[in-house]
Design a protein around this ligand. Structure first.
Ligand code: CA
Length: 232
């Protein structure tokens, strides 16, 4: 898996978006760009970026609406708002709606970069153990137990499980599975293969008498969650 961190820039001003994209790429990030909020949502779901830079004034659904859509599914993804709206009320509104930070245009690129680095550093925890309900995973020992009983997984099944746990409670798309586990860019030719592997993993993890943890979300992919009523 690549260590490269990715940033999604949602900004309708093409020049600003290109300027940010160029600067962030040079700073070593993988950058995705969207010129509308709708396109931003699609990019967010497809690429699962590590951070989003979000302009507030967008055509169609504005930045705050986009942010609340994101926050319905992901409470922890760092989002930095860019805006020409510079009143204190707007700033408070942005932070209240779940933004992590707020920059007023015009801003220095170095200032944005510094804030991005802070957010991504805080977010970078190398988890070595996961647990959910009575499932326990030791990443170093590659040991998995459910209800204290060892579960034997193939290396690929283990990688899928780890990826799901790393994104616990958030949908993981087939695209992300393809990229992370199979290391290919496009999921489509692999869709059936991915589904078969997830099904096998689920059979081993979720035995009949146990709470179901791995769920399929139509049109989105898969999620691991012990909160069945909160699954989208
Ligand atoms: Ca704008």
């Amino acid at each position: 898996m690549s260590d490269e961190q990715s940033i999604l820039v949602i900004e309708d001003e093409v020049k600003v978006a290109q300027y940010l994209g160029k600067g962030l790429t040079e700073a070593g990030y993988k950058v995705y760009t969207a010129f509308t909020g709708e396109d931003g949502i699609i990019n967010w779901l497809n690429h699962e970026p590590d951070l989003i830079v979000l302009d507030l004034n967008l055509p169609g659904r504005d930045g705050l609406e986009i942010l609340s859509t994101i926050r319905e599914k992901d409470l922890t993804l760092p989002v930095i708002i860019l805006s020409a709206r510079d009143t204190t009320e707007d700033k408070v509104l942005g932070l209240d709606s779940g933004a992590d930070d707020y920059l007023i245009k015009p801003f220095e690129f170095s200032e944005l970069l510094a804030r991005i680095k802070v957010r991504l550093r805080r977010d970078q925890s190398n988890t070595l153990e996961y647990s959910m309900a009575d499932l326990y995973v030791d990443v170093i020992a590659r040991k998995v137990t459910r209800n204290n009983k060892i579960v034997n997984l193939t290396p690929r099944e283990f990688e899928i499980l780890e990826l799901l746990l790393r994104n616990a409670y958030k949908p993981v798309s087939r695209q992300v599975l393809a990229k992370d586990v199979w290391r290919v860019e496009r999921a489509t030719p692999l869709d059936n293969v991915i589904d078969v592997h997830v099904m096998r993993l689920r059979k081993k993890i979720d035995l009949e008498d146990q709470k179901r943890l791995i769920h399929t979300i139509r049109g989105l992919g898969f999620v691991i969650s012990d909160k069945e009523d909160e699954i989208p």
